[in-house]
Write a protein that binds this ligand. Sequence first.
Ligand code: URA
Length: 479
Amino acid sequence: MKPFRDMRLAEAFRIALSAPDDFEGWRDAARRMIRADVPPDRIVWESPVDQSADLFAQGSRRLPSPPVDAPQPRASKSFVQYAQSVILHSDSERFSLLYRMLWRLQAKPRLMEDKADADVRAMEDLARQVRRDIHKMRAFVRFRVVEGDAGEHYVAWFEPDHHILRANAGFFVRRFTTMHWSILTPRGTLHWDGEVLQEGPPATRADAPSGDPIEALWRQYYASIFNPARLKVGAMLKEMPRKYWKNMPEAALIPELIAGAQAREAKMVEAGEQDFGEQPQSLAAVGEAILACRRCEIGCNGTRAVMGEGGQGAALMIVGEQPGDSEEAQGRPFVGPAGQLLRAHLQDAGIGVDRSYVTNAVKHFKFTRTAKRRLHQTPTAKEIDVCRWWLDGERALVRPRIVLALGASAARGILGKTVSVQKARGVPNLLDDGSELWITTHPSYLLRLEDHARADEETRFANDLRNVAARLSELSGQG
Ligand code: URA
């Protein structure tokens, strides 16, 4: 007699999905099976790249039809969001895990809140690995140019760990809309001709070109942004694992840059560009530390530093320039007139300020005193650059998916260089941690305008915020 488990598998239903990232296919089949009351251990899930090794499942049967009056399965929003990421993982058990969770959710609708549950933890782990892979692809894809019949064509080779190619397609289309490009991977290919995106079969490394003049530019760029004082080899390897190096022209510079790091650090210290050691490990610790910061003249002007406000893990980080008179008095960012205008626009755009992290590029209030008032003064580039240390620390702790910079000082605080707000607005920049930077005007600028000019600029500002809101909900849909 066969053991019990084998008998059950012999009676298993085999469900073949059309693609390894076929979320809709999985969801439709899973709903049907829940409604037909089929327990998790009676289903074998497959996709074209996740074939079942379970021989006993081969005698599978037609899928059952649920009773017409069977209720629709229930699933919390958070489960659906996680499931959309988890399905992209390369672990062949992911479909079963998701079905088991959906099965359990019918009896325990708040299961996702149980962070100690092994299945919930497994889902969170898989989703985290997928998110990381998505970020890595966005950060490490490098195009090489080839001359095609229709002119220049950019081709990149990338080896994702998971089935993230399709999920990342929109990002590359938006980022490189005007280029003609192909991204080749062992899991499939994407081709964009400026208008239409097409998917193709898996490729091999040999299908992609190697070496071209763009590489020299990347190398130059990388050498210029490399900060020897911040060099932590372990952390660098974590962020930029060696497996990606072979496709990244700038990686050829890494050994050389590490070797020269000490000498360059000594030079930077001499030039007054010193590093400030370990970053505080919590937002509360940053808040404490900035109170005592005297690294620039503003920090020494006797005002109190104003810390950012909002939760660690907020999807949106909003960065202003510096606290104003009211902010310094109350010790909170954006509570004065510019803050009120900002909050009204955020509300109109459907962005919950309570679900965002709001902070400033510079933590102290720079002003000149008149008989009656303290008048705002713009911080210098150097002051913003010194304070970047704190802003970087907040960003590393909050880990937002989108950073919204209000005005040129905020943009410099994030990027470390001056950009034109009018040119940069509306087009997101990818930051080193995979988050996106969106730039718009500062609400104080709007307050200084009058009549038509004010109305026009407020319309543009509102439009920028609506784009950010749309992108936020797109990203939250990706888990
Ligand atoms: N302006 C800013 O840039 N930040 C504030 O906190 C208030 C006004």
